[in-house]
Structures are given as structure tokens and as C-alpha cells.
Design a binder for this molecule. Structure first.
Ligand code: ADP
Ligand code: MG
Length: 344
């Protein structure tokens, strides 16, 4: 990290905005007008527009003690892009607003924006606007993402049907275990600041928390293989809570097989160190940013071509409820505990 410290006041609000946005080169034809006017102009040329926004508050959604600003910038964008992909849409623009105190230097904001621009570049989206204001206490970040989808191709949560296959992308639970490690080290650090953090060998789970990715590849795979999921959402609160959303919104039930839930070797080993059940981490841990979706059984042949997709169960009639079939052969009702419960 650079030792220089430039006060935000030396640039002023407009100077700061100019500084933070000076290198933007618009990448999308749909970005007709970007930063610099009263509003941006976007033209999706006959496609439908998908919009989502998120507000992130220091101390509630992130902890600057163990979150590098660059990662925070990256993750703030990713969380929003994930919501656009979860609609089966392609993100094209973001608006990013920040509330900052003079605790932050221009260099610190540069680090944050490095992460923002890295995500924009990787996912092909343009930063076309935002707002900058001072905050008395704590960093405030608001990201709005805009995306496009062919008319009628967006996928809702409410349209799963009995018999559909229940699927997830990637692996689950690792971000939550990563959080456990960072919380543990934070506690040790606050008690004895001289102690070096012991995070050896946990880079996968910590990376899943600090530097998540959005599943652009899965949406592209659907388009290439002409798969239209019957329902979809992203997994930001843990698998069980998201499955219950799909079941409730779609007025269906489901059967989820514990042994089909994808978990990484790294997450499993890390969970054992905390003496917690890896399945519980996958079911109730948050911030994985994977996709949960349902497809018609007739799409099964196409689906198995993608190793990043796991079929974890199937949708039933509502009367059958939402159940998990455990490895031991028992059947339990799925409950939405979410990661806050796990945490407590
Ligand atoms: P207004 O007074 O109309 O809100 P601003 O001075 O806040 O205008 O913003 C000027 C331009 O800079 C607008 O295009 C706005 O979207 C953009 N902008 C402001 N803050 C940010 C930021 N943090 N990141 C990116 N663009 C920003
Ligand atoms: Mg403004």
C-alpha cells in the first residue's frame, strides 16, 4: 500500500469525481452517454431492461478490519451483477454511489475503485454514473446494475413446476467458512495485536468470501445450449432459504438430496476445523453468489455437459412440502435458517 495520503478535500467533490472516473472507456454500444451529465443514457435496442440495486453499510455488510478496499470494490459490483445474471440477463451498466468520511484518503478510494473497475472489465459492464457524498460515520456503498435480456427470456422465481430438476452452480458454503476464519483472526488481533494471522492453507475459502465471482458463464451456457430455466435466483443467503423462496413463490414443494449438494474439499476440511457440519454451511452459509435454478427434465442431457452444474433434487407438488433427504436416509423439512442463525 502507498504511504502517500492525499486528502479528499484537496480535490473537492467535483475534482474527486473527475479523478475517480477519468479513465472510463465505455465498452457497450448500449452505453449511449456515461458519466459527466445529469444522467446517463442507455439504449438496449429492443431488448428488455433489467434493474437491481444494493446498499452496503460498513459494520453491517462488511468489516474493513479484514476486507481490503480493492476486494470490497470488486465484491460490491459482483453482488449486483449476480442479481442480473439470476434473471437470465446480461449486465451492461452500473451506477455506483459512495458516502465517505475524511477517514478515507484519495489513495484509499483509488484502491476501492481499482476493484470496481477490475469487475467492470472482467464482466464487460460500464460504470455510467453515481453519486458522491460525505458520511459522518462509516462507509456507505450503493450499486445499481442495469442489464438486458431478449423480450420474454427473463427467468423469475415463481415459475418452477413439479417434476423440474433442482440445480445449483459451483460449490456452496465456502464463503461462510472463510468468514469464520477472518472473524476468528479479528478476535485474536483485537486481543493481542502483535500476533500474525494464521490463515495458511485457507486461501480458497477466504477467497470465496473476499473475492466472489458472478456466474456469467452459466448464463452464457444456457444461451449457447438453448436452455431456458423454469425458475432461477442467486444464492446469497444459503441454499435452504433460497430453495424455500423458489418453492413458496412457485407454490411447489421439493426434494433435496444431501449427498448431491456440491461442496469443495477445502470447505469440508475447513468446516471440520470449526467442528461444524459442511452440509449446514452449504444450507445456511451466505454470500456464495452461485445460481439456484430449475429446468424441465427434457433439458437434462444438455445440462450434464456442464461440470459446474449439479442436479441436487427435484420439484414436487406443494402438498409434499420442501424436504431434504439426508445421507443417513432420513427426511427432514427444510428450514430457512440463513447465515445469521449459523453465526449466532
Ligand atoms: P448531480 O449534482 O447532478 O448529482 P454530480 O456532480 O453528483 O451531479 O455528478 C456528476 C456526474 O458524475 C454524474 O454523471 C454522476 O453520475 C457522476 N458521478 C458522481 N459520483 C460518482 C461516482 N462516485 N462514481 C461514478 N460516477 C459518479
Ligand atoms: Mg450527485
Amino acid at each position: 500500500m502507498s504511504k502517500e495520503r492525499t486528502e479528499i478535500s484537496s480535490l473537492g467533490e467535483f475534482g474527486l469525481i473527475e479523478h475517480l472516473t477519468r479513465n472510463i472507456e465505455l465498452q457497450n454500444a448500449s452505453s449511449v452517454l456515461g458519466v459527466g451529465d445529469d444522467a446517463a443514457v442507455v439504449d438496449h435496442f429492443g431488448r428488455q431492461t433489467v434493474l437491481t440495486t444494493d446498499l452496503l453499510l460498513e459494520g453491517v455488510h462488511f468489516d474493513l478490519i479484514y476486507t481490503p478496499l480493492k476486494h470490497l470494490g470488486y465484491k460490491s459490483v459482483i453482488a449486483n451483477l449476480s442479481d442480473i445474471y439470476a434473471m437470465n440477463a446480461v449486465p451492461t451498466q452500473i451506477l455506483l454511489s459512495i458516502g465517505i468520511s475524511n477517514r478515507f484518503s484519495v489513495e484509499a478510494l483509488d484502491e476501492f475503485y481499482e476493484g470496481v473497475y477490475a469487475a467492470c472489465e472482467k464482466y464487460g459492464v460500464d460504470l455510467v454514473g453515481g453519486d458522491t457524498t460525505s458520511s459522518q460515520k462509516g462507509l456507505v456503498i450503493s450499486v445499481t446494475a442495469i442489464g438486458e435480456v431478449a423480450p420474454g427470456n427473463f427467468v423469475k422465481r415463481s415459475t418452477a413446476r413439479p417434476g423440474d430438476l433442482l440445480c445449483v452452480s459451483g460449490d456452496l458454503g465456502a464463503a461462510y467458512v472463510g468468514l469464520l476464519f477472518l472473524e476468528r483472526e479479528k478476535k485474536i488481533f483485537l486481543e493481542s495485536p502483535g500476533v500474525q494471522p494464521d490463515l495458511e492453507g485457507e486461501s480458497y475459502v477466504i477467497g470465496r468470501l473476499l473475492k466472489p465471482e458472478a456466474r456469467k458463464d452459466i448464463i452464457a451456457f444456457f444461451a449457447e445450449n438453448k436452455i431456458l430455466p423454469t425458475s432461477m435466483m442467486d444464492i446469497s443467503d444459503g441454499l435452504s432459504s433460497e430453495i424455500l423462496h423458489i418453492c413458496k413463490e412457485s407454490n411447489c414443494g421439493c426434494v433435496l438430496y444431501e449427498d448431491k449438494i456440491p461442496v469443495s474439499e477445502e470447505m469440508r476440511n475447513a468446516a471440520f476445523k470449526f467442528e461444524i457440519d459442511p452440509t449446514a454451511c452449504a444450507l445456511s452459509g451466505g454470500e456464495d453468489y452461485e445460481l439456484l435454478f430449475t429446468v424441465a427434465q427434457s433439458d437434462y442431457e444438455k445440462l450434464v455437459l456442464n461440470e459446474q452444474i449439479s442436479v441436487v433434487g427435484y420439484i414436487t407438488e406443494a402438498e409434499q412440502g420442501a424436504h431434504i433427504q439426508t445421507r443417513g436416509g432420513n427426511k427432514h423439512a427444510i428450514t430457512a435458517q440463513g447465515w445469521n442463525h449459523l453465526r449466532g
